[in-house]
Design a binder for this molecule. Structure first.
Ligand code: KG4
Ligand code: ZN
Length: 345
């Protein structure tokens, strides 16, 4: 089965073709980062309009790159949520219309399931069961993945998501949007031990997270070292970025360790934009190695939003006969545990 996947939940237009026999045939991505950079965050209406502009050219380009004619596409998968409602509606209307015109089934995919399954696109995919750490701009969740499509949320952020905390810290340090990669790069020049940031909620039992206090701590630290131009000196900014990243990484690592202990699983899958963070990967790998376990993640371009993960998750469900009627429905908020199972584990 050959599936066209379409991702438009936020500020990336992603398109891909996945073939259940041949694997990923092609994927293209247009990042709107430049469109939103001057506003320091995503402007929903601008995002929707840009998806309208980019979808058709990207679909044409991806079909050509996959050497695939429209007659060879067996189904269309698109992100139906969670995400920005306008951006989701653009992708959903477009995908449903294409599927209707081509006379093939269509399926709305859960964006976080897309992220969670993205490591399956790699040469050595993880095996079920596993604990998934989903860390994106909108979500921070620990999920017990007992089998395919069998999800139980073990813990999640009570306020800001990890990626959101990175983005807000970047803004405070006058770095560009999206901030995660910029904070990570600045942190490489930071000196360990100069600042110690709190690890929120680690002294409480349970697997929930809270990152909004860390944001305030960062803001106060910047204020204490502010110079005449409004920011601390370069080295201090780097030291703050280091301490902030370390606090987020160690907090995530502590909760991952608890989730691994609680479930008894030996596999940790990390997914979502923040799973591209090199320091987070390193700390989790060391931690899992100590208990004889392993960490899996997708290649860098499939950690952040992309069409390939939607084509893959969609193909997996469509192959089982799951598809939906013609109505265009999107879900800006959507509980992943409500999804139907994906067959036997
Ligand atoms: O999964 P994603 O592309 O979009 C959402 O579904 O939200 O995640 C985007 C988030 C942003 O907050 C971005 O700053 C963060 O992932 N991010 C990173 C890194 N690369 C992207 N955070 C920390 N370190 C990185 N290297
Ligand atoms: Zn995402």
């Amino acid at each position: 089965m050959r599936v066209l996947g379409i991702e438009t939940s936020c500020d990336e237009t992603g398109v891909a073709i996945y073939d259940t026999d041949l694997g990923l045939l092609a994927h293209t991505l247009f990042s709107q980062a430049d469109v939103h950079a001057e506003y320091g965050g995503v402007v929903p209406e601008l995002a929707s309009r840009d998806h309208v502009r980019k979808l058709l050219p990207l679909v044409r380009e991806t079909l050509a790159a996959a050497n695939t004619t429209q007659q060879q596409v067996d189904a269309v998968a698109y992100t139906a949520g969670p995400g920005l409602i306008g951006a989701l509606l653009v992708g959903a209307c477009f995908a449903r219309s294409l599927a209707y015109a081509w006379g093939v089934p269509a399926l709305g995919v859960h964006h976080m399931e897309g992220h969670l399954l993205a490591p399956m696109l790699e040469a050595e995919p993880p095996e079920f069961p596993f604990v998934a750490l989903l860390v994106s701009g909108g979500h921070t969740q620990l999920v017990d993945v007992a089998g395919p499509g069998n999800y139980q949320i073990l813990g999640e952020s009570l306020d800001d998501a990890a990626g959101e905390a990175f983005d807000k810290t970047a803004k405070m340090l006058d770095l560009d949007y999206p901030g995660g990669p910029h904070v990570a790069r600045l942190a490489e020049r930071g000196v360990a031990g100069r600042f110690e940031f709190p690890r929120p909620m680690v002294d409480r039992p349970g697997l929930d997270f809270s990152f909004s206090g860390l944001k305030t701590f960062t803001l106060n630290t910047i204020a204490q070292h502010r110079q005449a131009d409004g920011l601390p000196d370069d080295q201090t900014c780097a030291d703050i970025a280091y301490a902030f990243q370390e606090a987020v990484v160690q907090t995530l690592a502590i909760k991952c360790r608890r989730a691994i202990e609680q479930t008894g699983y030996k596999t940790l899958v990390m997914a979502g934009g923040v799973s591209a963070n090199v320091r987070l990967r390193q700390v989790l790998q060391e931690q899992l190695a100590k208990v004889g376990g392993r960490v899996f993640y997708a290649r860098h371009e499939f950690c952040t939003d992309n069409g390939a993960m939607i084509a893959y998750a969609g193909a997996t469900r469509l192959q089982l006969g799951q598809s939906q009627a013609l109505a265009v429905n999107v879900f800006p908020r959507w509980d992943m545990t409500s999804l139907p199972p994906l067959g036997q584990s």
